[in-house]
Design a protein around this ligand. Structure first.
Ligand code: PRX
Length: 629
């Protein structure tokens, strides 16, 4: 399955388009199947349904763990770098990880968790987070990891949407010099989650926490009693593996569902090829397991390849802005995968931070989550990669499960700030507003994909209609990504950003409607409108226009109160960077907010607002501009 030259890439690509079933069946057959598949693909984008390897049976952990026990049992699987640089790093070999996953699988089983049950995981970046994820997969329970920065309200919304019966958490978390409550937040969430029967709590900070008799259990005590043997549950390839909630342009976040077989094949294939992983390489993905990048390229993709994966608990700026570089030296990292926002933020600390840092172990660099601007790309290339590490700018989404458009390290000729070419199996197409294909090169359009790949989203949990309307109804017969894209003269792809009402804040996806709903919950707020605006470090920042009941609200305290409300409803990552109090919003006669105008004002482009004649009250715009200056 390994591509080793540009010619081979082109060959593999052609084969994947001309004979997609044969192409993916060959790759899938490199894995261990409990029952081999005979059908490869069944699909329709019109009445959305996709099934890969549907009559095959397997278990992803048998492939990610057991398979390696025969060959590399004593090689590191996960290297845990704790928040405190002075604390000992902990290595779990494949044998140790396997044993701990089996034990925790038995803990879950003892609590009555069965195949198909949903398990919510709300934990900081410690090895037990990966163990909990893998234990679910081993017994066929569907994990729903909720990023540790989300609020109690966000946790309970997610738990109730998929009716999780168990929650796994820690007493607290440490990030930089902050102590963060975890169990307490879960306790708040569970006040409105009658479906949860059990909470398992791993000790991390030794913070005092409430432990309810009959509901709450300590991880350590349960693990100590559990056997280290647990056979992997046979799963149909199309059984759900996990749910991961992500923001869309409307309403509440939706539960993206990925299934076992296709996700396994695709994440393993893309990891091996894009990063050109060689046995023994140390791979460091800085993403949190609470996001898709952590799922696919910290846990599953690397482990399926028998890789060594670094799991970092802390933040890039603690104890100082050289932390990533120290970790690279400490663990002799060969492949480093991070987000443009981190690169831009670290660039801002100046090159002095890099003095004396030994980055010579690095061979490949990766970027993910948002467009990387050329300046950041050059700095990353020169200062971190010392001019000789290829940068793979990987474009993909929660819904795609794995990397879609990306260079293959050292093989695809690079262009700064371009995701370059589609990976084998990915058939991108650019369309205009009406869904008409834009052919040729040197063009811009909306990015769609016209053929299924193995880890495409299968459904949105509990609401298949929503999946159909969100992704498959904008343009008939196509998966719509929500992204704008340019294809240059060489046929290279550059993602230009979202064309819908989804913002990308420091690589985190947040819907404008979600933030508006949170702001509107604040007392005295009548209405609000939220847009993204260019931000030097975060890529995009959040700009909120807010109408309040009382005219005296234009003060700092109200702003801070609104921020507190948003943090409480969604989480601190959704706090607006700017709040402007206004007396009206630019609406059309039919009552629709003209966000285009608000975006321009947020960007400071007051002179190019375009046509405002269709507004109900054009004078609103003047007063907004006056307030913005
Ligand atoms: O707009 C694109 C942007 O991130 C969105 C997907 O966000 P999420 O589902 O949270 O997944 C992030 C990690 C895969 C996309 O619709 N995006 C992601 N990677 C890139 C990107 N934009 C430009 N270049 C990228 N490499």
């Amino acid at each position: 399955m390994r591509i080793t030259s540009l010619a081979q890439y082109h060959e593999a690509y052609a084969e994947s388009v001309n004979h997609p079933e044969r192409f993916w069946a060959n790759i899938a057959n490199e894995f261990d199947w409990i029952k081999p598949f005979t059908k490869v693909l069944d699909w329709s984008f019109d009445d959305y349904s996709v099934k890969w390897f549907e009559d095959g049976q397997m278990n992803i952990t048998a492939n990610a763990l057991d398979r390696h026990l025969k060959t590399i049992p004593d090689q590191a699987a996960i290297v845990y770098e704790p928040n405190e640089p002075g604390d000992e790093a902990i290595t779990l070999t494949y044998r140790q990880l396997h044993a701990r996953v089996c034990k925790f699988s038995n803990v879950l089983k003892a609590q009555g968790v069965k195949k198909g049950d949903r398990v919510c995981i709300y934990m900081p970046m410690i090895p037990e987070l990966a163990i909990a994820v893998l234990a679910c997969a081993r017994i066929g329970a569907i994990h729903s990891v909720v990023f540790g920065g989300f609020s109690a309200q966000s946790i309970s919304d997610r738990i109730n949407d998929s009716l999780c019966k168990i929650v796994i958490t820690t007493d607290g978390a440490v990030r930089g010099n902050k102590n963060i409550p975890m169990k307490e937040t879960v306790d708040d969430a569970l006040l409105s989650c009658p479906c949860v029967e059990t909470v398992i709590v791993k000790t991390r900070t030794k913070t005092p926490v409430a432990m309810l008799k009959g509901r709450d259990l300590w991880w350590e005590e349960e693990e100590a009693q559990a056997s280290a043997e647990c056979a992997p549950e046979p799963m149909n390839a199309e059984d759900p593996l996990f749910i991961l909630y992500t923001s869309g342009s409307t309403g509440k976040p939706k539960g993206v569902v990925h299934t076992c077989g296709g996700y396994m094949v695709y994440t393993a294939y893309t990891f091996a090829n894009v990063f050109q992983y060689n046995p023994g390489d140390v791979f460091f993905c800085t993403a949190d397991i609470g996001w898709i990048t952590g799922h696919s390229y910290l846990v599953y993709g690397p482990l399926l390849n028998g890789a060594i994966s670094v799991l970092f608990e802390g933040i890039p700026t603690y104890p100082d802005a050289g932390r990533f570089w120290d970790i690279i030296k400490r663990h002799q990292v060969n492949i480093f995968y991070t987000a443009p926002t981190a690169i831009r933020s670290l660039m801002g600390f100046g090159d002095e931070v890099l003095e004396g840092k030994d980055l010579s172990s690095l061979r490949v660099l990766g970027s993910v989550g948002e467009p990387i601007n050329e300046e950041a790309w050059q700095w990353y290339h020169e200062k971190i990669g010392q001019g000789n590490c290829p940068i793979v700018d990987t474009w993909w989404q929660t819904e795609t499960g794995g990397l879609m458009i990306s260079p293959i390290a050292g093989i695809t000729p690079l262009k700064p700030a371009f995701a370059t070419l589609p990976l084998p199996g990915v058939q991108p197409i650019l369309v205009d507003e009406n869904g008409k294909e834009i052919e040729g090169n040197g063009v811009n359009g909306n990015l769609c994909i016209k053929y299924p790949w193995p880890s495409i989203i299968r459904t949105t949990y509990g609401d298949h209609e929503r999946c159909k309307t969100t992704y498959f109804s904008t343009y008939k017969g196509l998966y719509f990504t929500g992204d704008g894209c340019m294809r240059d003269e060489d046929g290279y792809y550059r993602i230009t950003g979202r064309v819908d009402d989804v913002m990308n804040i420091s690589g985190h996806r947040i819907g404008t409607a979600e933030v508006e709903n949170a702001i509107n919950m604040h007392t005295g707020v009548i209405e609000s409108a939220v847009v993204g605006f260019p931000h030097d470090v975060k890529g995009q920042g959040i700009y909120a226009y807010v109408i309040c009941e009382h005219p005296t609200i234009n003060d700092d305290l109200t702003r801070k109160d609104i921020l507190a409300t948003v943090a409480r409803v969604i989480g601190p990552i959704a706090k607006p960077d700017k709040i402007q109090f206004v007396t009206g919003l630019p609406k059309t006669r039919s009552g629709k907010i003209m966000r285009r105008i608000l975006r321009k004002v947020a960007e400071g482009e007051f002179g190019s607002l375009g046509d405002t004649s269709t507004l109900l009250d054009p004078s609103v715009v003047d007063s907004i501009i006056a307030g913005a200056q």
